[in-house]
Design a protein around this ligand. Structure first.
Ligand code: GLN
Length: 313
C-alpha cells in the first residue's frame, strides 16, 4: 500500500527534476581535480528509496560519479567504530568553521591545532589516519568493504582515473596533512594517510548507492531491507548531527533553513540526504554553486522539502 507522498512523488518527481535542471546553467563543474571537469554539466538525477526497498528514480539517476566529500560521513562512522568516541574527538572537533571545505585558516588560529570538524578536508584527513589496519592497503580495503556493505553493492570500486587525478593535484591537501603532522594531530606516514583519503573520495557510486547508504542512516544504523545492524545508533546520531551543522560546507546554515534535512555534498555534484525513519535519498548534479554544492541538486531538495514538508525543524 503506497503512501500519498509516494504516489505524489511517482507522479511529480520527473517534472520537479526538469524544473531544477534549469539552474544548471548558473553552475560550474569542479575542475581543480582535472578529471572531475569531464562530468556532464546539465545532468541532474535523484533516487529515493523507502524502508521496504522500493525506489523512485528520476532524471539522470543512473550516471556514475565519485563520492568525494560524501565519503567523509562514512569514514567518520568507521573511525568511530574502530576507536570509540573519546579517541576520535581527541583529534577532531565538533564545530562548523564557516570557511571553505579546504581552508587551512583555523588550523593555526585555534589551539590545540585540531581540525574543527570531521567533514572539512583537514578533519577528514585526520579521520583517515584513524581507520584501523596494519597498512594503507588494508585501511583502504576496510573502507571499501564498509561502503559496499552499507550500499548493499559488492561492485563499488575506486575510480582509478579520478584517484590519480586527485593525487596529482592535491598540493593544498598535502600541505594541510603536513601541517597536522607537525601539530602532532596526524599520526603515521603523511603520504599513506593521504592515499587512504584520496581513495575513499574517489569511490564511484550512483544515486541508488547513495540512497541505500542514506537509508541505513535514516533507520539509525540498521538496513531496514535486510534488518541487519551495521552501525551503532549513537554513532549515526553523531554523523547526522554533523550533516546538519557542517554537511553542506559553509552553506549548511542556509541549507538547514531552506531544506532542513541532514545532508552531505561532494564536489562531484552528489548529495546524500534522508528523511528520518522513511527515506534514503541520493542526488547528482555536477554543476556546482560558488560554495561547491550541486546547484540544481540543492534547488531540487528545496522543492521536495517545501512541497512535502520534510524539514526537521
Ligand atoms: N576529494 C576532494 C578534496 O579533497 C573532496 C572535497 C569535496 O568534495 N568537497 O578536495
Amino acid at each position: 500500500q503506497a503512501s500519498e507522498v509516494w504516489i505524489r512523488l511517482q507522479k511529480e518527481l520527473p517534472q520537479w527534476v526538469e524544473e531544477s535542471r534549469a539552474q544548471c546553467g548558473e553552475g560550474k563543474v569542479a575542475s581543480y581535480i582535472p578529471e572531475l571537469a569531464k562530468a556532464p554539466h546539465r545532468a541532474l538525477g535523484i533516487q529515493i528509496m523507502n524502508g521496504s526497498g522500493a525506489s523512485i528514480a528520476a532524471g539522470d539517476a543512473a550516471i556514475p560519479f565519485t563520492m568525494q566529500s560524501i565519503s567523509k560521513v562514512f569514514t567518520l562512522l568507521l573511525a568511530l567504530m574502530d576507536n570509540g568516541e573519546a579517541a576520535v574527538f581527541d583529534k577532531v572537533g565538533m564545530e562548523p568553521t564557516g570557511d571553505n571545505f579546504n581552508s587551512m585558516l583555523k588550523l593555526e588560529l585555534v589551539q590545540p591545532g585540531i581540525p574543527f570538524n570531521p567533514l572539512i578536508n583537514a578533519g577528514a584527513i585526520v579521520i583517515s589516519s584513524l581507520i584501523a589496519g596494519a597498512r594503507m592497503e588494508e585501511k583502504s580495503d576496510r573502507v571499501l568493504q564498509f561502503f559496499r556493505k552499507l550500499a548493499a553493492n559488492d561492485f563499488l570500486e575506486v575510480n582509478e582515473a579520478v584517484y590519480q587525478s586527485e593525487a596529482a593535484s592535491a598540493d593544498l591537501n598535502r600541505s594541510m596533512a603536513y601541517f597536522l603532522k607537525d601539530n602532532g594531530v596526524l599520526k603515521g606516514k603523511v603520504d599513506e594517510v593521504l592515499d587512504v583519503y584520496f581513495r575513499h573520495c574517489s569511490i564511484n557510486v550512483t544515486c541508488a548507492d547513495l540512497a541505500r547508504m542514506a537509508l541505513v542512516l535514516a533507520f539509525d544504523g540498521t538496513d531496514p531491507i535486510t534488518g541487519e545492524r551495521h552501525i551503532p545508533r549513537r554513532y549515526v546520531q553523531i554523523a547526522k548531527t554533523f550533516m546538519v551543522t557542517c554537511g553542506m560546507y559553509n552553506a549548511s546554515g542556509e541549507f538547514a533553513i531552506e531544506v532542513g534535512m541532514p545532508a552531505k555534498s561532494g564536489v562531484a555534484g552528489g548529495i546524500l540526504t534522508l528523511v528520518p525513519g522513511r527515506y534514503g535519498i541520493g542526488v547528482v548534479g555536477p554543476a556546482l554553486n560558488p560554495k561547491g554544492n550541486s546547484i540544481a541538486g540543492v534547488d531540487l531538495l528545496e522543492t521536495l522539502s517545501q512541497r512535502l514538508d520534510w524539514s526537521l525543524f
